[in-house]
Design a protein around this ligand. Sequence first.
Ligand SMILES: NC(=O)c1ccc[n+]([C@@H]2O[C@H](COP(=O)([O-])OP(=O)(O)OC[C@H]3O[C@@H](n4cnc5c(N)ncnc54)[C@H](OP(=O)(O)O)[C@@H]3O)[C@@H](O)[C@H]2O)c1
Length: 354
Amino acid sequence: MKDKNLPIQGLKVTLHKRPNGMPKESDFQVSNFQVKGPKDGEILVETHYLSADPFQRMRLNAFSGYGKTISLGDTIKGRIAGKVIISKNPKFQKGDFVEGMLGWKTHAISDGSQIRAEYAPGVTQIDKKIAPIPAWLGILGFPGITAYFSLIETGKLEKGNTVLVSAAAGAVGSIVGQIAKIYNCKVIGITGSDKKVKHLIDNLGFTYALNYNKGNISKSIKSFAPGGVDIFIDNTGGPIADEVYLNLNLNARVVLVGNISQNNQSSEIQRKDLQNMIMRNRATVSGFIVYDFEDRANEARKKISKWIKEKKIKYDQTIEVGIDNAPRALISMLKGGNIGKQLIRLPISIKENT
Ligand SMILES: NC(=O)c1ccc[n+]([C@@H]2O[C@H](COP(=O)([O-])OP(=O)(O)OC[C@H]3O[C@@H](n4cnc5c(N)ncnc54)[C@H](OP(=O)(O)O)[C@@H]3O)[C@@H](O)[C@H]2O)c1
């Protein structure tokens, strides 16, 4: 079938100007586009939630580090959750909800395949009986899957370990800490405000938490974990990570999950002698990319869903409303304005109460 225009004008967020350092709202543009109908095998999805994720910042640069960058005028790469409004694929019914990397727009076409690569136009079916739709972008989406596999598989989690996680109050970090608690670990969270420190301890059950903007990070870690850190889930890189390396236990596992502290830097910072600290502690440092666990995503979802049901794990969401406010939500998350998963809810979701 040929592409057919529908009587629907959509909205999309595009890159207007490459940011230098922290992005500004004026680096983005929100504009109309003509929505086309799906071809045979495809589905048309109406977006209910957009996800704001740190990786999107890297894609705005001319050189991304890993993954493809986007060009000026391109739609911002991003995950969405939404409703199938036209299906030309027998696997999907009109009214189904799905999640996928379909870009920051109000209407998107998917080929109905399962996601296999970062920008594949595939989707995951959402089961609202397991958890509400936005949870599929957070705890049951890539942040939850990242938390699960980075800690359990790559970090080789063992009961009773001392686990330290940075960006601890965010989407990935908050789940890492709570999974570690389920395994009776001592859990230390590093975050950017006293409010978040209190939240981690009082509401999420972390053993200790510290505000990286206050005091000596290394000394605080030493007082919480005199025997050293067994697993470090590094979500930030940069100077915070340097302080953690000073406190590694023998045979520690360091999992490099994210580098958010460096994503908005315009020049490289001077680092401590990390290699020496790795060597003397016989530590293992592993890179982690969630897409390597794509085929096993349901394993993580099943386990996490069970923990949600048993009330062993909680998830927080910070929600902005309206596609016009998506750039603001992304910038706020990059500055630490979120607790848990940063999402953008679209008016259709409010109207349909999804
Ligand atoms: N490798 C993978 O496959 C994979 C998959 C998903 C996510 N990630 C990475 O995991 C990390 C967390 O992602 P997320 O989605 O869960 O985001 P998030 O933690 O929900 O949000 C980002 C948080 O980063 C913290 N932050 C921002 N600038 C910082 C800085 N200069 N120094 C220290 N902390 C800073 C802020 O919290 P504070 O208030 O605490 O500063 C902010 O809330 C990111 O680095 C992301 O790139 C990697």
